[in-house]
Design a protein around this ligand. Structure first.
Ligand code: GTP
Length: 390
């Protein structure tokens, strides 16, 4: 809010619309404890009402909206909507949920209407496929994996997704305090357990894979958990935690062979925790400890979950910003609320600017020639009819 106050001239504060959108973290809190979620909104709304801006409301976005607005942002910033060009798909990884959104020639919503968002933007119609996986953001995905590993309520857990030498005491109540895992809390667990890293990428992949259910699909094709997903089409932009994690791991080059990516992760996960801390003294310890899991999760989600292959992986670009603006759902949401993206293309002038200039120059030239011709004809007439002396 302080940044906004500085960025917007104070004379314009009162006319600047302010909206608040909340995403999966709040969707989860709302499921878990609706009155706590309401209390958060009341407090936030009171604070925003007292800001100098024109506050116009706060609400929780649906997963579909979160995915679709991320797609609008990416394609708006890339100027793909005004031009009616082929669009870029959007991959968003948050802490609590993850979204995939793309336009597919093979998807019109017939097979799975819940995954369809229709847009008419700048005179073009888009049938957007979008799905949001609640509990598959990277923080909740880690909880899900740890929940599977601690189902029997052990006092100690050797975990391949953490570096060798990493040791941390985890509280059962804290780990299971999320609707994503609450129901699987072991009945008779001790108060806490000791998590010990073993740093083994291949075993980590096996453990991560278990949080996905590939066993059922009632559609012609699915990603995971019985969710319909048409065949992937076109290029994709992956942002938010995809960027944070892959940028840290130096794995943003998606054109690198899949084996190279795996080898790098293998080496990274196997690095002793003491070395990691020594090499990255200023990195937040929580992030540093979880990059092995997060990198492995991202690779598994993209390849096994969404079905990117060794061949199509290169169609993904890992992005943080486009033309200086953050890739993410927020800009798309604001563009939508402030009607900044019109349904129809603005009326195009009959001629482009250059066309007008050419017509003006040509008309000027013709008039000049005509004037010269008239002057010449008049002077000739006068020469051939010498003045008579009366
Ligand atoms: N490594 C790293 N992780 C970050 C950074 N900033 C945020 N994250 C993590 O990246 C994930 C995504 O964060 P956000 O983009 O804020 O997403 P979110 O609001 O949690 O998204 P939802 O799941 O939709 O609620 C979360 O797990 C954050 O903890 C960062 O600078 N570095």
């Amino acid at each position: 809010m302080l940044k906004a106050r500085e960025a917007v001239p104070s004379s314009r504060h009162g006319e600047t619309p302010l909206y608040l959108g909340a995403t999966a973290g709040m969707r989860l809190l709302n499921i878990e404890n609706a009155s706590a979620s309401d209390a958060v909104f009341q407090a936030v709304e009171a604070a925003l009402h007292s800001s100098p801006f024109s506050f116009r409301g706060a609400r929780i976005l649906s997963g579909q909206e979160e995915g679709a607005f991320g797609w609008v942002t990416v394609n708006y910033l890339d100027d793909r909507l005004t031009q009616g060009q082929e669009t870029t798909g959007a991959l968003d990884l948050g802490g609590a949920s993850t979204q995939i959104s793309f336009v597919s020639a093979r998807f019109d919503g017939t097979e799975s209407p819940d995954n369809l968002m229709n847009f008419r933007l700048y005179g073009n119609d888009y049938n957007l496929y979008t799905h949001s996986y609640l509990c598959y953001g990277k923080d909740q995905a880690l909880r899900k994996m740890l929940a599977l590993q601690t189902a029997s309520g052990p006092t100690s857990l050797s975990d391949p997704c953490f570096h060798p030498g990493y040791i941390r005491t985890r509280d059962y109540s804290e780990l299971y305090a999320s609707p994503c895992v609450a129901r699987s809390k072991p009945q008779a667990s001790p108060r806490n357990f000791t998590l010990k890293g073993t740093g083994d990428f291949d075993s980590c992949r096996t453990a991560v894979k278990k949080i996905f259910d590939f066993s059922k699909c009632n559609f012609s094709r699915c990603s995971f958990n019985g969710v319909f997903q048409p065949e992937l089409q076109g290029s994709f932009g992956a942002f938010s935690a995809y960027y944070f994690v892959l940028d840290f791991l130096n794995l943003t080059d998606t054109a690198a062979p899949m084996e190279t990516i795996k080898d790098k992760l293998r080496e990274y996960c196997a690095t002793p925790w003491a070395d990691m801390q020594r090499q990255h003294p200023s990195t937040k310890v929580k992030y540093l400890a979880e990059y092995c899991f997060s990198g492995t999760y991202i690779l598994t989600l993209l390849t096994e979950g969404y079905n990117f292959t060794a061949d199509t992986f290169k169609d993904i670009t890992i992005i943080r910003k486009i033309k200086g603006s953050d890739a993410g759902w927020t800009l798309g949401y604001m563009l939508n609320l402030t009607n900044m993206v019109p349904a129809e293309a603005p009326d195009a002038p009959p001629l482009p600017h250059a066309g007008y200039v050419s017509v003006m120059v040509l008309t000027g030239l013709l008039l000049g020639v005509l004037l010269l011709f008239i002057t010449y004809t008049l002077s000739k007439t006068q020469c051939s009819n010498p003045h008579k002396i009366v």
